[in-house]
Design a protein around this ligand. Structure first.
Ligand code: ADP
Ligand code: MG
Length: 669
C-alpha cells in the first residue's frame, strides 16, 4: 500500500482527513469477517510478530558473539554457559528447516509444523480456534477394541503358544540370507523343531488324552478314576496303591515278567491289575472277583516276587519249611493252583509242593524232603502234616487263602486257626495304621523274616468272609472287581421249568443234540447217585462222560479231570465238589440238571464256563422244589446283560421276596 501511495505522489491534507474520516466510518460500522478474512488477519499478525522476534534475536546474537569472542581472547577457553543449548543434532535441525522451507510438509499437513515454530500460547489458541483440532489432539483419539485386527477372548499373558512354538521363543528378529555356517545350523535346528511341532503339541495336551496314551507320570487322579471304571475296579481300606496299566508297569521283577510273557498272558486281567500292586506293597489283601478272572496269577505273581528276594534254600534252611503257603478248600483246586504256580515257578527255579488228601503222608513227606519255597495245601491235610511233624512253618511269612468263602462253608475255620498258630508269631503285623505302611511292612525283622502278609481270594463275599477277614488279616485293602458275587458277565444264563426227571432227560438230549454246544460240557447234579444216571444218559447220546464226586478216590477224580482237559471225555458229570474253582478250558455249556441249593453255589457252577474272557451258556432246569433260590436267581438273571428272566420265574410267587422274609411272613400269618 505504501508503494502505491508513493507512485501517485504525496496526499494533500484534505485527502488525508477525508481518508481518515472514511476509515473511521468503516471502523465504526459493525464489520462481518469471513473465516478467510480471519485467517488472513491472523497470519498477517503472526508474520509480523515473527519478524519482530527474529530481529530481536539477531540483535542479541550479535552482541553475544561479540562477548564470546571477547571471552576467548581473555580466558583462552570457551564458556559453555554462554552457548545456546542445541535441541537436536545439527543435521536434524537442518532437515527440519529444509522441510519447512520446501513447504512439502506444510502442503500435506495444514497445521504448521511445531518443530519450526516457537510455541506461543496466543498463537496456539488462535490456531485451535480457527484451524480446527491440533495434530496432538487428533492423534489422541481413543482406540477402540474393534480397531484391532484380531480380538481374542484371552489375555496376552494367557497365550501359551510361545511355550510350544520355537518360532515365538526368539527375539522376533528375522534374518534373510545365511551369513555364516553357525547361522545355517541354527536355522536347520529351527526347521527340525518345527517339524517336531505337531508331536510336541500333542504331547503337551495331557488333559485331553486318554489314560492309555499317557506316560505313567502324567496320570492324574481323574485318569485313575476312569481307568478303574473301565475295568470295573473298586477298592476300599486306607491308601490303596493305583492299579497297573500293563505288565511292564507292574513293578514285578524282569524274570517274572519274562515268565508271564512265556505263559502267553498278554494283558493282565482286572483283578491282576488291581490286586498285584496292593500285594506288592506288602498290604494284606481281600480280593473279590468272579470265577475264571485270573485270581490265581494275581496272588502267585506277587508271592514269587517276594520269594525272589529271599535267600535260596540250602541244606539247612530247607528243613525250616516253605516261605509261603497257599490254602485251598479242595484237592482239585489245590492241584490247579499248583499247575498255575508251576507255570512261573519252574522258570525261576523254585519248587512248589501240594499237600492234599488222597496221597499218603509218606509220599508227601518224601516230596517235602527236598525242600520247597511254596506249599499248596488243603487245610485238613496241612494240619495233619504239622501235627505229625512232617512239616514246620518256621520261616513262612506269606499266607494265601483261595476260595476263602468255601473254606468257611466247609467248616475249615478251626484248621485254618491251627495253621496260623504254627506260623512264627514274632512277625505278625501290628493292628494299627502301621499295617498300611509299605516301607515299614517291607522291612526285615531281626534277619530274613518280614512281617507276615495274608491274602484272601474269593468270588463271593458273604458276611462270614468279612468276619474271618478281621480275624486273620491286618488292615486289609479290599479289591473288588464288578459287584461282588455277581455271575460272570460272559455267561448267558437260561432257566427253564422242567419238572420231572424223565422230562429233564429228554430236554437234556434236545439241548445236546441241537448242535449248539461243543465238548467239553459240565452237567451238575445235587446227589452222588444221580451222577451215574446222568452219565449213562450222556453216553447213550454219544457224549463220553466222566464223573467227579466226593465218593470217588483221588486218583479217579484226577483221572476224570485229566480226561476232560485232554479231550478224551466230552462231558463231566459232577456234584458241587467241582463247582468251585475248577478250571477246564473252553467249557461251552454248564447244565444244571438240578438247580444248586443256594445262589453262591449256582454262581460257582456257572462260572465253569465263560472263563478267561470267552463266552459260555448255562442252562438250569427248575422245579418248585428250588423255590428258595428263585428270588436271588431272578435278581441275578436281571443283572446279567446276556440273560433274560422267563415269565414263569418273574411271576412266580417265590421270586417276589427273599426266602427268609417269606418264611417270617408265613409265620406271622
Ligand atoms: P479264578 O481263580 O479267578 O477262577 P483262574 O486263576 O483259575 O481264575 O484263571 C482262569 C484261566 O485264565 C486260567 O486258565 C488262567 O491260565 C487264565 N489266565 C489268567 N490270567 C490270564 C491273563 N492275564 N491272560 C490270559 N489268560 C489268563
Ligand atoms: Mg481260582
Amino acid at each position: 500500500m505504501a508503494s502505491q501511495a508513493a507512485r501517485r505522489g504525496p496526499m494533500s491534507v484534505d485527502e488525508m482527513l477525508q481518508k481518515k474520516k472514511e476509515e473511521e466510518a468503516v471502523l465504526a460500522k459493525p464489520k462481518f469477517l469471513s473465516k478467510k478474512d480471519r485467517e488472513r488477519i491472523a497470519l498477517e499478525k503472526l508474520a509480523k510478530e515473527r519478524e519482530t522476534k527474529l530481529q530481536q534475536q539477531q540483535n542479541n546474537g550479535k552482541s553475544n558473539d561479540a562477548t564470546s569472542q571477547n571471552n576467548i581472547a581473555t580466558n583462552g577457553s570457551s564458556s559453555k554457559s554462554s552457548t545456546p543449548v542445541p535441541s537436536a543434532p545439527r543435521s536434524m535441525q537442518q532437515r527440519q528447516r529444509d522441510i519447512a522451507g520446501n513447504g512439502t510438509r506444510s502442503n500435506r499437513d495444514p497445521s504448521p509444523s511445531s518443530e519450526t515454530e516457537i510455541v506461543d500460547p496466543e498463537t496456539k489458541l488462535l490456531r485451535e480456534r480457527y484451524m480446527g483440532v491440533t495434530e496432538a489432539r487428533r492423534l489422541k483419539r481413543r482406540r477402540t477394541a474393534s480397531d484391532r485386527k484380531f480380538t481374542f477372548d484371552w489375555k496376552t499373558e494367557d497365550d501359551t503358544s510361545a511355550d510350544s512354538n520355537p518360532l515365538y521363543g526368539g527375539d522376533g528378529s528375522v534374518s534373510l540370507g545365511l551369513k555364516n555356517t553357525g547361522e545355517a545350523d541354527e536355522q536347520k535346528k529351527r526347521a527340525l523343531e518345527l517339524q517336531d511341532l505337531p508331536r510336541r503339541k500333542k504331547d503337551t495336551d495331557w488333559d485331553n488324552m486318554h489314560w492309555s496314551e499317557k506316560p505313567l507320570d502324567k496320570m492324574k487322579e481323574r485318569d485313575w478314576r476312569i481307568f478303574k471304571e473301565d475295568f470295573n475296579i473298586s477298592t476300599k481300606g486306607g491308601s490303596v496303591p493305583n492299579p497297573m496299566r500293563s505288565w511292564e508297569e507292574s513293578g514285578l521283577p524282569p524274570e517274572i515278567l519274562r515268565a508271564v510273557e512265556e505263559a502267553g498272558y498278554k494283558e493282565p486281567s482286572a483283578i491282576q491289575r488291581a490286586a498285584i500292586p496292593v500285594a506288592l506293597s506288602c498290604r494284606d489283601v481281600i480280593g473279590v472277583a468272579e470265577t475264571g478272572s485270573g485270581k490265581t496269577a494275581s496272588f502267585v505273581l506277587p508271592l514269587l516276587s517276594y520269594i525272589i528276594e529271599m535267600p535260596v534254600l540250602n541244606e539247612v534252611t530247607k528243613s525250616d519249611g516253605p516261605y509261603a503257603i497257599i490254602l485251598a478248600p479242595t484237592r482239585e483246586l489245590a492241584q490247579q493252583i499248583e499247575t498255575e504256580t508251576r507255570k512261573f515257578c519252574s522258570k525261576l527255579g523254585f519248587r512248589c509242593v501240594s499237600i492234599v488228601g488222597g496221597h499218603t503222608i509218606s509220599e508227601q513227606s518224601f516230596a517235602l524232603q527236598e525242600g520247597a519255597e511254596i506249599v499248596i495245601a488243603t487245610p485238613g491235610r496241612l494240619v495233619d502234616c504239622i501235627e505229625r511233624r512232617v512239616l514246620v512253618l518256621s520261616q513262612c511269612c506269606y499266607v494265601i487263602m483261595d476260595e476263602a468263602d468255601r473254606m468257611i462253608d466247609l467248616g475249615f475255620e478251626e484248621q485254618v486257626n491251627k495253621i496260623l498258630e504254627a506260623l512264627p508269631v514274632t512277625n505278625s503285623k501290628p493292628d494299627s495304621d502301621d499295617a498300611e505302611n509299605t516301607r515299614l511292612m517291607s522291612t526285615y525283622l531281626g534277619g530274613k523274616d518280614r512281617y507276615r502278609q495274608t491274602m484272601m481270594y474269593t468270588a463271593t463275599m458273604p458276611p462270614a468272609i468279612e468276619r474271618i477277614a478281621w480275624q486273620y488279616l491286618r488292615r486289609p485293602a479290599t479289591v473288588i472287581i464288578g459287584s461282588a458275587g455277581q455271575a460272570v458277565g460272559t455267561v448267558e444264563q437260561r432257566v427253564e421249568f422242567v419238572t420231572t426227571e424223565d422230562k429233564r432227560k429228554r430236554r437234556m438230549a434236545d439241548v445236546l443234540n441241537s448242535g449248539e454246544f461243543e465238548a467239553p460240557v459240565i452237567v451238575f447234579v445235587n446227589i452222588k447217585k444221580n451222577c451215574d444216571m446222568v452219565a449213562r444218559e450222556l453216553n447213550k447220546l454219544g457224549w463220553k462222560a466222566v464223573i467227579l464226586h466226593g465218593g470217588k478216590s483221588q486218583d479217579q477224580r484226577e483221572a476224570a479231570l485229566k480226561q476232560l482237559r485232554d479231550g478224551e471225555a466230552d462231558a463231566l458229570v459232577a456234584t458241587d465238589l467241582a463247582g468251585r474253582g475248577i478250571d477246564v478250558p473252553d467249557v461251552s455249556l454248564v447244565l444244571n440238571f438240578n438247580m444248586a441249593k443256594n445262589i453262591e453255589d449256582y454262581t460257582h457252577r456257572i462260572g465253569r464256563t465263560g472263563r478267561a474272557g470267552k463266552s459260555g451258556v448255562a442252562i438250569t432246569f427248575l422245579s418248585n422244589e428250588d423255590q428258595d433260590t428263585f428270588y436271588d436267581l431272578r435278581l441275578m438273571l436281571s443283572k446279567s446283560p446276556l440273560s433274560k428272566v422267563p415269565d414263569e420265574l418273574r411271576r412266580h410267587e417265590a421270586a417276589q421276596a427273599k426266602f427268609a422274609a417269606r418264611k417270617t411272613m408265613q409265620n406271622i400269618q
